[in-house]
Unconditional design. Sequence first.
Length: 339
Amino acid sequence: MNVIRTASLLLLAIALSACAAKPARDSAPASVSVAPAAAEPASNVDASTPAVATDAAAGSATATGVAADAVDGTASTTAAGTDTPPTGAEDDFAALYGGPAPSADGAEPGRSPYDPWEGFNRRVHAFNNVVDRAVARPLATAYTHVVPRFARTGVTNFFSNLRAPVTITNQLLQGRPGDAWDSLGRFVMNSTLGIGGLFDPASRALVPRRSEDFGQTLGAWGWRSSRFVELPFFGPRTVRDVFGLAGDIPLSPIRTIEDDKLRIGLQGLQLVDMRSQLMALDDIRDSAVDEYALTRDAWLQRRNYQIQNDLRGKRERGRNDDDDAPIPVDAMPMPNWGN
């Protein structure tokens, strides 16, 4: 028995030596799937085959067939589950929105984490577009054709000046007393020398122009990422900005006007003025393949930029803010429940 056992061990050793002498394509054990290098595409996985199990050393055809099936299954599984590493642009997208970037062909990997209510949002967006094309755009077009440019500039300056209390309060809440002081000086100068804000002498005096709301304050406090939602009439928002509306309502000067006709008239004029400033984008929106996605992504990028800009130092922020904030709560005609 010892002789037979010794002979068997020698034959097994010779067989193993013969297998080891063959140029194996991969040395990984069969029980371990071989993952390609991060820089290699998934199509190269088929070229790498795990080593045959040790049972194949005995020359069993059945064991070889099972190992081959296992190899094919492992290769297909590895090829299907392997993704190329994210690019710098994809990393930036994920940092901005908190989710994966769209694939190379433009298709999103499942539902976007920042727009989980896309079906609802698209229906609201379609409704807002109907209102815009039937009411807002014709009014804005007539407004630009009838009212001279200098008068439209005065209207824009007037409503921008009325936003000062909201801006000043939110700058203080964000811990930016220096900016709040600049905004207060700008408000006083334009309200007096600028005849109620119709003119803008503060800009000629190089006083910085800022625009803040409570949604930006919540972002500066730490609520960076928020789900996208589109509201009827108000347009694009995030959940964070919906809560921000509640913080801005008590600070709105227009909403303190008790005369409903005067208040609603001013709010309507402000909406028409704001819509007239967006007419330059109508051609881009009308020619977009997916106008909803274009509006959503452009708005979110701009909104996140505004919040990130608030976190910078005073010198790094620049002198003026762009007037790309969402529709302010004081511009939307709403019941004045406080009166």
